[in-house]
Design a protein around this ligand. Sequence first.
Ligand code: 5GP
Ligand code: ZN
Length: 114
Amino acid sequence: MPDCIFCKIVKGEIPCAKVYEDDAVLAFDDIQPMAPVHVVIVPKMHIPTLMDVEANQSGVIAQMVQAAQNVAQIKQIAARGFRTVINCNSDGGQVVFHLHMHLLGGRKLEDQLG
Ligand code: 5GP
Ligand code: ZN
C-alpha cells in the first residue's frame, strides 16, 4: 500500500527501532511511547483493520501473538506482565490503518480500558 506508513517501515523506507522480526511480522518501538515499553507489532502484509482479517488470514493473528511473546522476552517484561491492544476504526482510536498490536509494559498499568 504506497501511502501506508507501516508498509514503508516494513520496506525499510522509513527507519524504525526494530525489536523483533520474522517472515510475517515486524515489531518496533512506538515513536510516542505511552509506557517504558511500548512496541508496535505489525504484520508485513497490509491489512487495514482487525475487521479486514479474512478467515483464511487468521494465522497472522497467531503470528502477532507469537511475536508479542518474543517481544516480552526481549524487553524482559514477560514475568512482570504487560498489556496488548489492537485499536479498530474511529471509536477504537485507530490512527494508522495497517493492522497492529500495541504491547505496553515496564510499569504498573493502573488505568482502566477506555
Ligand atoms: P493507533 O492509534 O493507530 O492504534 O496507533 C498507531 C501508533 O503508531 C501510535 O502509537 C503512534 O505513536 C505510532 N506511530 C505512528 N507513526 C509512527 C512512526 O513513523 N514510527 C513509529 N515507530 N511509530 C509510529
Ligand atoms: Zn500498510
